[in-house]
Design a protein around this ligand. Sequence first.
Ligand SMILES: CC(C)(COP(=O)(O)OP(=O)(O)OC[C@H]1O[C@@H](n2cnc3c(N)ncnc32)[C@H](O)[C@@H]1OP(=O)(O)O)[C@@H](O)C(=O)NCCC(=O)NCCS
Length: 156
Amino acid sequence: MGSVIVELQRNSTNWAKAVGEIVKMERKIFPKHESLANFFSEELKKKNSGLLYLELDGEVVGYVMYSWPSSLFASITKLAVRDNYRKQGHGEALLKAAIEKCRSRKVHRISLHVDPLRTPAMSLYKKLGFQVEDLIEGYYSPGRDAYKMYLEFDSE
Ligand SMILES: CC(C)(COP(=O)(O)OP(=O)(O)OC[C@H]1O[C@@H](n2cnc3c(N)ncnc32)[C@H](O)[C@@H]1OP(=O)(O)O)[C@@H](O)C(=O)NCCC(=O)NCCS
């Protein structure tokens, strides 16, 4: 079957199944205070947010979440690939797809926060052109900082 990137649609029949699988991954991958698991569905009901997930042979193996709070910028709010499926290009494919979604909203920049200790994520964001803007101390929790990163589009 191979892999396919799917945009989660609010009224689709696979909503519950996909969200269920994503929430399970979210719980496994992220520490509790950083995990959106509990208000995932709420977050996704917001008008200006979207989620893409990667399905491999019918199984959800990764997802990326994004939002566009204004016409000026968008944010990548989550990106994760299931443990056993990492280092195969899925994270990059998801991030690229989310960047395209944001671009199509005509925003000028995409920003995100990342824990500097998350080396794979940091490398991936840099690979796709994100630059560090700022270090925000205690962003995730006391003692756990975040880099704020951004990707700017040429205005055409
Ligand atoms: C970050 C994450 C999504 C990457 O997914 P992935 O599918 O393994 O990434 P890819 O295979 O597409 O790798 C793309 C690029 O990411 C970087 N990268 C991925 N894994 C890496 C690792 N273990 N060490 C260093 N760089 C890494 C590299 O730049 C790589 O490009 P390359 O293959 O040309 O070297 C995955 O590691 C993950 O889910 N981590 C836990 C959750 C997380 O930290 N999310 C981000 C914060 S919200």
